[in-house]
Design a protein around this ligand. Structure first.
Ligand SMILES: [Mg+2]
Length: 95
């Protein structure tokens, strides 16, 4: 079974609302690990890896749930180009 099919199955089995609450829960766990790393200078790379993976898995389910996968990809591509433009402007100013 492909990863996407497994995530669709998770949504069908456990339902939209519980899975969307899980998105929030996983994001909060990642936030906590980032704060530990930055504020408390904690060596928590393993936890950052785990929580980043959890958030990515849940964001995949969010995109499937709202049927927004293609739109998000398009928006991301446009945003990355905007970031590149800003970086180019930044570099010009730095000279
Ligand atoms: Mg987690």
């Amino acid at each position: 079974m492909e990863a996407r099919d497994i995530l669709c199955r998770a949504l069908r089995t456990w339902g939209k609302e519980p899975q969307m609450m899980q998105v929030i829960e996983e994001m909060s766990e990642l936030i906590k690990e980032i704060l530990k790393n930055i504020n408390r200078k904690k060596d928590n790379k393993a936890e950052l890896i785990e929580e980043t993976a959890d958030v990515e898995i849940m964001l995949e389910q969010l995109k499937i749930c709202y049927d927004i996968e293609a739109e998000v990809e398009k928006y991301k591509a446009a945003k990355v180009l905007k970031i590149e433009q800003r970086l180019n402007e930044w570099d010009k100013k730095a000279v």
